[in-house]
Design a protein around this ligand. Structure first.
Ligand code: PLP
Length: 397
């Protein structure tokens, strides 16, 4: 960890799961080796993106794919493509999309902070339904000839509004569906599930469970919409007479011209990240997922057992469920003054060394979670010791 020492930055124990603020994920050494190799040669980025797209298509079941600068960047490129298609004039106009289909319909309960990436294209979000529930006819009633896309946030799925329902009403009006599936892995089956349900574009974070570069994302979708996304993202420092983009990514013959640098040029992806993202994706698909689950279970079990004798805390082993497809540990504070106590707990975990960051699920309600997916071997014991020590000190107050 000497580079962090050199910089005077102290690494942390990540008991919160993959999160951008905590450093995303840890790449395998094979992924890092591939990035180092990629760094040693010049390549045409569009050719590299086309090759990456072929791999993404194979592994997701979509027609095509593109590496983006994160899932949020993927949402931007997906939205841009739905607004402009492959029309160079429209691509050049963004984020002024006043002369184009410029509305994105979203179930009201699917509004999240990351939809800033969608709005950044210049579109207006049209909220359908109510905060707690949206029904398919409410999506349908919000569609019009101004609709560029429908946004569906997979983590907000409810039984009353399945992706299949949304796809069905949207496609009936020829409007594409974008799925934010940034953190929907595991299970690995989700790499294909949203595309299989008919989504036109799906984004995954490369810096979460896939364990790719923190600033990478995977966008997959129809050939036509991925072409639009690529045209909005790729550097266009090319001469129209000599430009020969790879036909697998961009069908040159179908273009009326070449756009200038698009809105996605600010979200550029380097050759190292493109290689890192696809190598990590391949490695993720081929991982022993059962072994991962077993390891996470064992670490979680050690934490739950290690804290079971702490009288003041209610510690529960949470099985893999709707919320998260992996086991984790919930810690509930005693009922009196629990919000205050929880924040004191979190503060102490984050300030003593090594600093520990837990998932702050419902702090005001006195509940936090320990997620095992980013724990190194042995860190579960450190967590037990520290929480026991803090609980003992608190009990003495
Ligand atoms: C993490 C996340 C994102 C952003 O992913 P990045 O790869 O960090 O850009 C977007 N949407 C949701 C729902 C997420 O959980």
């Amino acid at each position: 960890m000497s580079i962090y020492q050199d910089l005077g930055v102290e690494p942390i124990i990540n008991a919160a799961g993959n999160a951008t603020v905590l450093g995303g994920s840890i790449m395998d050494s094979e992924t890092l080796d591939a990035m180092r190799e990629a760094a040693a040669s010049f390549v045409l980025i569009d050719e590299l993106q086309a090759a990456a797209g072929t791999i993404i298509a194979e592994l997701t079941g979509a027609e095509a794919g593109l590496v983006t600068a994160g899932a949020a960047a993927g949402l931007m490129m997906a939205t841009a493509s739905c607004v402009t298609g492959s029309d160079p004039v429209r691509i050049d106009r963004l984020p002024d999309c006043s002369s184009m289909p410029n509305e994105v319909v979203v179930p009201k309960g699917h509004r999240i902070g990351y939809d800033h990436a969608v709005r950044a294209i210049g579109v207006t979000l049209i909220e359908a339904g109510m905060p707690h529930e949206t029904l398919p006819h409410e999506i349908e009633g919000s569609l019009s000839d101004r609709s560029a896309a429908v946004l569906y946030v997979a983590s907000r799925a409810t039984s009353c509004l399945s992706l299949a329902d949304v796809v069905s009403v949207s496609h009936a009006h020829s409007v594409p569906v974008i799925v934010d599936a940034a953190a929907e892995l595991p299970p690995v089956e989700n790499l294909r599930a949203f595309t299989a349900s008919g989504a036109d574009l799906v984004v995954f974070s490369g810096g979460k469970a896939i364990r790719g570069p923190q600033s990478s994302g995977i966008l997959c979708g129809t050939r036509q919409l991925i072409e639009g996304a690529a045209l909005n993202q790729l550097d266009m420092h090319v001469d129209l007479r000599t430009w020969t983009p790879p036909p697998g990514l961009i069908d040159r013959s179908g273009l009326i011209g070449r756009p200038d640098h698009g809105i996605g040029r600010a979200l550029k992806v380097g050759k190292e990240e493109i290689v890192g993202a696809v190598v990590a994706l391949q490695r993720y698909v081929n991982r022993d997922h059962l072994a991962d689950q077993r390891r996470w279970s064992e670490q979680t079990r050690i934490i739950v057992d290690g804290l079971s004798s702490v009288q003041s805390l209610t510690v529960t082993f949470l099985e893999s469920d709707q919320e998260k497809a992996y086991p984790r540990c919930e810690i509930a504070m005693p009922s009196s003054n629990r919000g205050e106590l929880t924040y004191r707990f979190i503060e102490q975990l984050q300030s003593e060394h090594p600093r520990i960051f837990v998932r702050e699920t419902h702090p005001a309600d006195g509940r936090i979670e320990i997620h095992p997916v980013c724990l190194a071997a042995g860190e579960e014991h450190t967590i037990v010791e520290r929480i026991r020590a803090i609980a003992t000190a608190e009990a003495g107050h």
